[in-house]
Write a new protein. Sequence first.
Length: 522
Amino acid sequence: MISPLQSTKTADVRMKGISLAALVIIFVTFVCVSLIAMDGWRSWTARKSQLQESEVSTANMARAIAQHADDTIKGADTALLGIVERVEVDGIAPVALERLHKLMVRRTIELTQLKGLFVYDANGRWLVNSLPITPANVNNSDRDYFIYHRTHQEDKPYIGLPIQSRSSGTWIMTVSRRINDADGRFAGVALATVDIDYFNKFYNSFNLGKDGAIVLVMERGVLVTRRPLLADSTGKNMLSTTIYKESRNKATGTFTVNSAQDGVKRLNSFRHLDKYPLFAAAALSEEEILAEWTADTYLHSAGVGILVLVLSSVGFYLAGQIKLRLDAEAESATARDAMQKLNHVLERLSLQDGLTELANRRNFDLALEEEFNRAIRNSNSLALILFDVDHFKRYNDIYGHAAGDECLRKIAQAARSCQRRAGDLIARYGGEEFAVILPATDVEGARMIAENICRAISSLAIPHAGNEPGIVTVSAGVDAFIPVREVNRPVDLIEGSDQALYSAKRSGRDRVCHNERFTQAA
């Protein structure tokens, strides 16, 4: 017979068992719900992060495409300025036209983007061009650029509609300028034709995935070219497209839209050219952007689902242990990833100049030491260019330090545009002084690169009233030799380039000098 006391204890034990079972169910349910919520949050955060990274990528592509188009058209327009000046000053006598023809041929060879250069009289007849022979009885008075200049007196370039060249049959972009006679009346048109395929070759260097796209569009709504290039791409009306509507009132922007052409949802970034009435846009398929994230989400979600089933079928103790272990591992991985990311950011910041985004002095010192040792091992010549801005203190005094900072940024961009090899390093050496490390380069090669940099900076035509040429220029010193172990040191190369730089300054600035050891050796 069971006593009342035993019944009470049994009831207490049973109640404790029920309570414990309820706690286990509640705990396991809570853990499962928590795991599902955490996985959903992780997946959403990862998706958002992936899209943000792609926004940066498309924006950078749009910037590069716009800069390329700006530089391409600028080269053509610069050639036109010289032609217009020749015609307006020298006239159109046969001798003058013959000299002009030779100049135009030379400019077309130098500027690979040009299909041709042409000059027309006030009636649209061909006077001279860069072709071997000027076709007879050809008249271009019906072209939109000719009509525009005949009715407009502005002294500025005109970007015409894409057309098919009458001389070659290929699609071209036209850049033109008005020619006036001595009385300021319309006397003709100077025309540069840019091969649209020149843009297409550059766009093909970008990795856009299967469904990505690049477009170059005139601000009046005409498509110049597109990648991938379709049969009706060039000259297509873009006024009704979302990309045109989005770009009308903003210089840059990023948005996502379903394409009206093929229904693909794309992340689009656009950027207007700085100097000319066009804008460029780069687009990546959202499906391709998120492909890796989708696969990871499916895999991770499947794993979480299995874990939830396991946790639901086992006891309180095992469920608690698994959760603790998984939480510990997740926290450890998160902390490790965060630490690695922070280290990468700190490492990048420690090696990059904040103003110019070039390598900083610390990066330069490390790279010079490494390349110096490599040159010793391989018995290769190592070259160094040191260049700085002529009368930069005067520039700051005249225009202010904010303008000085902007000037240094532009100089850095111009110097970077002259970089031809991945192994070369351009660094801000200090203040207004810059350095270029050129592995496996002799003094002649380094001098050529230095002269290219000087020309590129001069071509920026940054006003500088305190400098004799009236624009910002730089002086450069070059040194190069094959280092020998225990004989030469990296500082020898720096001192040699520095001496050459001082020689350039003493010789009048805006020039390149090399170390005198080569003159003595000769």
